[in-house]
Design a protein around this ligand. Structure first.
Ligand SMILES: [Zn+2]
Ligand SMILES: [Zn+2]
Length: 307
C-alpha cells in the first residue's frame, strides 16, 4: 500500500529553471489524485515515474493557468494510453467554460474515461475508492476550491486477543462484519474485546487562497497538509492583495489544525532554492512539526498512522 505525494511542479504563476508549474499526484492505495496539473505536467509525470494509468481523479482548485494548463495534455494522454478505469474530474462549477475548453483543447481520439464532477456550495463530498474526497471553497480573486481525502476510521485487530479466545480463520471476518461471534461454548466475544480503534489517515491540498474558514476546515487534523506559501512575510501585503498565503501563515494554519507533516509549495519566482530555509524558519515560528519545502520530482510520504 503506497500513500505518498509525488511532487510534479512547485512554481506559482511563472515556472523557473528549477521549478515547473504546479502539479501533484497523491498516490493512495492504488488510487491517484492529480491536483492542479499546470503546464508541463505530462512530461513531469514521465520524469517522476508515474503514468496516466495512475490517475483516478483530476482535482483542479481554480482556473488560473498555473493550476490547469496541463489539463489538455493529461486528458489526451489518458485517452491515448487507453486508460480503462473511470477518472473523475473535480473543479469549481463556476469555471465550467474553462473546463470545457481545456477538456477539448485540441483534436484527439477521445474516450469516455473522464466524468466531470463540478463543485459548488460550501462543501461537496464524493466517495473516492478507499477515501472520501471533500471540496471546500477558498478565498482567491477567482473561485477556488481546496480538497481533502479522508480514510474512514477503522479497528486494528489484536492477534494475541484473538488467539486467546480461539478465534481464527473465517471467524475473524465474521467478528469484523457482525461485531460479535458466538463460540462453541456459547460465550459471545465482541469486536471491542479483540481490537482497538484505528484512526483513518487524511491529507489536504490547499492552494491559492487567503486565510479563510475553508483553509482551516480542510487542514483540520490532517496527517499531510500541502499548502501554498507563495510569499515570505515581507510580502504579506502583496499576498493579501493577490489572494495568497505567506509561509508564516501556512505555519499558523498547521499549528491551529494539529497537522503532522507540512508541505510548503507554489513559490513565487522571486525566490530561489537558497531562500528555502527562510520559508521553513517562518513556518516553524508557529508550527513545531515536520516541514518540507517541496521540490519538483520528489516524493513525500503520508506520515505513518497515528498510534
Ligand atoms: Zn497559483
Ligand atoms: Zn491563482
Amino acid at each position: 500500500m503506497t500513500r505518498e505525494l509525488v511532487v510534479l511542479g512547485t512554481a506559482s504563476a511563472v515556472p523557473t529553471r528549477h521549478r515547473n508549474h504546479n502539479g501533484y499526484l497523491l498516490l493512495w492505495d492504488g488510487h491517484g489524485f492529480l491536483f492542479d496539473p499546470g503546464e508541463g505536467t505530462q512530461r513531469q509525470m514521465t520524469m517522476a515515474g508515474v503514468s496516466a494509468h495512475d490517475v483516478t481523479w483530476i482535482c483542479v482548485t481554480h482556473f488560473h493557468g498555473d493550476h490547469c494548463l496541463g489539463v489538455p495534455g493529461v486528458v489526451q494522454r489518458i485517452a491515448r494510453d487507453k486508460v480503462s478505469h473511470a477518472v473523475q474530474a473535480a473543479y469549481p462549477a463556476s469555471g465550467e467554460t474553462y473546463w470545457r475548453r481545456l477538456r477539448h483543447a485540441a483534436a484527439f481520439a477521445d474516450t469516455s474515461a473522464i466524468t466531470p464532477r463540478p463543485a459548488s456550495g460550501d462543501v461537496v463530498q464524493w466517495p473516492a475508492g478507499p477515501v472520501t474526497l471533500t471540496a471546500r471553497p477558498l478565498s482567491h480573486p477567482v473561485e477556488s476550491y481546496g480538497y481533502r481525502v479522508d480514510e474512514p476510521d477503522g479497528r486494528r485487530m489484536l492477534p494475541d486477543e484473538l488467539a486467546a479466545r480461539g478465534i481464527a480463520g473465517p471467524m475473524i471476518g465474521e467478528l469484523q462484519r457482525e461485531g460479535s461471534v458466538t463460540l462453541d461454548d456459547g460465550s459471545v466475544v465482541s469486536l471491542a474485546d479483540c481490537s482497538v480503534p484505528r484512526p483513518g489517515q487524511s491529507a489536504a491540498f490547499v492552494m491559492d487562497t487567503r486565510l479563510c474558514d475553508g483553509v482551516y476546515a480542510l487542514a483540520d487534523g490532517v496527517d499531510l497538509l500541502v499548502i501554498e506559501s507563495t510569499f515570505l512575510s515581507e510580502e504579506e501585503a502583496l499576498a493579501a492583495e493577490y489572494g495568497h498565503l505567506t509561509a508564516a501563515q501556512a505555519g499558523q494554519v498547521a499549528r491551529a489544525c494539529g497537522v503532522r507533516r507540512l508541505v510548503l509549495t507554489h513559490f513565487s519566482e522571486r525566490y530561489s532554492f537558497a531562500d528555502e530555509p527562510r520559508f521553513v524558519e517562518e513556518a516553524a515560528k508557529a508550527f513545531g512539526g515536520e516541514i518540507v519545502t517541496a521540490r519538483d520530482l520528489t516524493r513525500v510520504p503520508v506520515p505513518r498512522r497515528r498510534p
